[in-house]
Design a protein around this ligand. Structure first.
Ligand code: NAD
Length: 474
């Protein structure tokens, strides 16, 4: 497949006069110069989505499902090529990129099946004077804004339910990683999605471009995945237009190791929860709370495993941990670790920035006190701070002492105990004795400042549907 570096608007590829280099963070080289949308391009994209909306909404659910199924087949066949684009523009190792693209394609398959299953409601009113019929209708042209850390999966997790529901979309991918989004638009084009149903605009700077598209007035739904501060800005903007929103925001996941945990499993799960995507995941375990009885042994085994991780270029088959998306992002990780050490933390493994042009940071384990500032930040890197706790209650209290509430991890040898702790954790998702639970068939999303709404599962399509109640006497 050809590397797409143009915008995709109204079923056509459009080269613009302004371009921006897309950088490979493994070595600083330029992968492509991507077209940046002008104001006219942004207006055209919204116009195309608005005009295509009635046409997309009129496609039968079965045919929408089949379009998604064709996209699934094409993307599956081209998995490795798309994964190489992900690795190059994001910096993650190829194994992680292949895992991400596989996960991304599964949203196409799941929502191809969901397209025909949006059941309504039909019953008598309690007073018996009328019949209640509830149907679902597509919400309208939707603006989808995605982050750089999962350049493929965050696109399909939104586009697939949108199309399944009958919505047209404008996608604004992260400026750092636009090439994957454009490659996926190419897949949809070949799957026979009608012109205007899917549009991709690359924007820089993002804020004014998004303002302009919302100010058009025809966008009815804003689906955002990204940081909590930007999510708050967008919620305020959405409030001005009273449009639907779905917000998948930041996380600061606690990882609880109870005193009866199987430590082999705990370390295996911790390695996945920490290092998948190089730690640049909203679901990444960021705060390890280990019971005093096992903390020493857990720290020793985790340190041993982290020390053996090979850091290197994303496409080098010996690399297990790739680069951060940019030097600026890498330096943020380094600053957090430096501050954690200044404030009394000990580096058990790693903890210093390597020389060279790539945006690398080593797998790092820290022993910190419960009030260390690193525990308040989304680290977005391969850094595991461990805190010793004296009881399950203390672990839960510290786990809940965050404004975030996306996911939490519990390791325990007793299912009932793990379930009791899981029920007390303020999180939209809890993983028990596992390092990863994301699944297209399950509802993904957070509570507190981690967001509003759910993607995937049975809930995902409803982010793109409105309920309509029709009442009548019969
Ligand atoms: P970000 O918030 O900086 O950017 C996300 C997107 O918003 C990008 O497309 C960006 O160009 C755009 N954007 C930035 N400023 C904007 C503005 N003022 N107006 C409109 N759009 C704007 O996030 P990021 O650094 O790309 O991604 C990392 C963040 O995403 C982390 O906080 C991570 O936890 C979060 N994330 C959450 C989930 C989830 O499902 N909850 C999944 C992946 C990533």
């Amino acid at each position: 497949m050809a590397l797409r570096d143009q915008l995709y608007i109204d079923g056509a590829w459009r080269t613009t006069t302004t371009t921006r280099p897309v950088i490979d963070p493994s070595d600083g080289s330029v992968i492509a110069n991507v077209s940046i949308a002008s104001e006219q391009d942004l207006d055209d994209a919204v116009d195309a989505a608005a005009k295509a909306f009635p046409q997309v909404a009129a496609i039968s659910p079965r045919e929408r499902g089949e379009m998604l199924r064709r996209a699934f087949e094409i993307m599956t066949a081209e998995r490795d090529e798309i994964a190489r684009i992900v690795s190059r523009e994001n910096g993650k190792v190829l194994a992680d990129a292949i895992g991400e693209v596989t996960y991304a394609t599964e949203f196409l398959r799941w929502f191809s099946e969901e397209a025909v299953r949006t059941a309504g409601d039909f019953r008598q009113s309690p007073s018996g004077d009328k019949t209640i019929i509830v149907t679902h209708e597509p919400v309208g042209p939707s603006l989808l804004i995605t982050p750089w850390n999962f350049p493929a999966a965050m696109i399909t997790r939104k586009v697939a339910p949108a199309l399944a529901a009958g919505c047209s979309v404008v996608i604004k991918p992260a400026t750092e990683t636009p090439l994957t989004a454009l490659a996926i638009a190419d897949v949809f084009e070949r799957a026979g999605v009608p012109a205007g149903a899917i549009n991709v605009v690359v924007a820089s700077p993002a804020g004014p471009a998004v303002d302009r598209m919302l100010d058009d007035g025809r966008i009815r739904n804003l689906s955002f995945t990204g940081s909590t501060p930007v999510g708050k800005v967008l919620l305020r903007k959405a409030a001005d237009r009273v449009i639907r929103t779905s917000m998948e925001l930041g996380g600061n996941a606690p990882f609880l190791v109870l005193d009866d945990a199987d430590l082999d499993l705990a370390v295996e799960s911790a390695m996945v929860a920490k290092l998948r995507n190089g730690g640049a995941a909203c679901t990444a375990a960021n705060r390890f709370y280990a019971a005093r009885a096992v903390a020493e042994e857990f720290s020793r085994r985790l340190s041993e495993a982290m020390a053996s991780v090979a850091v290197g270029p994303a496409l080098d088959s010996t690399s297990q941990l790739g680069a951060s998306v940019s030097l600026a992002e890498r330096d943020k990780i380094a600053d957090l670790v430096d501050e954690a050490i200044t404030k009394g933390g000990d580096a058990l493994v790693g903890g210093s920035t390597p020389d060279g042009s790539g945006a690398f940071y080593p797998a790092t384990v820290l022993r910190v006190a419960a009030d260390n500032p690193i525990l308040e930040s989304e680290i977005f890197g391969p850094v595991a701070p461990i805190v010793v706790v004296d009881s399950d209650e203390e672990a839960v209290r510290l786990a809940n002492s965050s404004e975030y509430g996306l996911i939490a991890y519990v390791q325990s040898g007793e299912t009932g105990r793990a379930m009791r702790v899981a029920r007390q954790l303020e999180a939209g998702m809890v993983a028990i004795n596992r390092g990863v639970i994301s699944d297209p068939a399950a509802p993904f999303g957070g509570v507190k400042e981690s967001g509003l709404g759910r993607e995937g599962g049975f809930a995902g399509i409803h982010e793109f549907l409105e309920s309509k109640y029709i009442g009548l006497s019969f």
